[in-house]
Design a protein around this ligand. Sequence first.
Ligand code: HEM
Length: 400
Amino acid sequence: MTEHALPALPTERRPGCPFDPPQELVEAREHSPISRLPFADGHQGLLVTGYDLARSILADPRFSSRKELMKHHPTIDYGDIEVPPAPPGEFLLMDDPRHARYRRPLVGKFTVRRMRLLTERVQQITAEHLDTMEQAGPPADLVTAFAKPIPAIMICELLGVPYEDRGSFQDDIDTFMNGETSDEDLIAAYTAVQEYLAALVAAKRAGPTDDVLSDLLDSDLTDEELRGMALILLAAGLDTTANMLALGTFALLENPEQLAALRADPALAGPAVEELLRYLSVAKQFVRVALEDVELGGHPIKAGTTVILSLGTANRDPERFPGPHRLDLRRQDGGHLAFGHGIHQCLGQQLARVELRVALPALVQRFPTLRLAVPAEQVALRPEIADIYGVKSLPVTWDA
Ligand code: HEM
């Protein structure tokens, strides 16, 4: 085990480096792929920043995702408060077999083939939003005009959420994810989404339609479980891809030669999206708890230790990705951890890929003179404390 110890989890990125993980994390990885990390309640946790070690832990059943075991938080002291298990259906924070009960019936609905069939619909939605932006004329906030609505419409259509209802719960989900919400507002938003989803499941029971949620009605899943599953899909499907679209555009605008390459060669869309996923790692860190004493690559980890996996730093590991801090859309390395790995590997990754591969090239082709409407340092970034990284807004302009 390294003697390197971080004083606490860094909370901000270096000014002028919005795409790079906090410098302290990059330096920690230079010392060792695993470092000690003091938590707010005095617990001695661990921080994993190396690619190989992060990937091994994600695939190792001796490390748990169970919510009730996550009683230590790097920056919050929960004191004696018991953390309850994840509610039925919210399978992101469960281990198998509980997790598999919910994931298994969904896997077939998010396959590469199924998601490729949606390409035409994504193209249509993208074109409609680009038309609206063009008609309104510059400037625009790319987050509200483009990055948020495209994934929102797709996940709503897949789940059978009426589009008119999107506004209310999109705001509520935003409230969970933005990292700037008081506990009181967080509870209110969670309750509002739960109430909405309860009504939605009841409506599907009364009159099933052609969508993922209705397809699940014939199973032995209870309404409460269906509600939990829908919540996870909505929360994961709305915020992540939206942040990739907006932050991805920002990164391209800041790397004009890469942007020009993508604009010139549509065949670059596939590798470009993989590279942006690696480089930006918007789902930047996840937590696991060791269920037993484990030794990995010579590093002993004691049972009960909370391990923070910094996917953002692992995806910048120079031992895995040469020149890791360079955005290179032609990179051939593959194998990034932006969608995780192991049993919790992102269920919606094929959907996200289709959306990103269609929407980013379409945007840069439609607006050949697209540029930031404010200096880069004035773009409002999400705080590090938010689970998903990104920009709050992205003011852009172009020659009309
Ligand atoms: C670029 C966009 C996305 C990124 C970067 C991303 C990233 C991730 C990551 C890293 C995990 C693993 C979490 C862990 O190991 O604890 C995950 C899980 C998950 N993602 Fe995504 N995701 C994206 C888009 C989506 C979309 C569009 C959906 C909606 C269908 C989705 C649904 C899920 C679900 C349901 C899980 C939990 C899987 C499980 O626990 O078995 N994600 N995602």
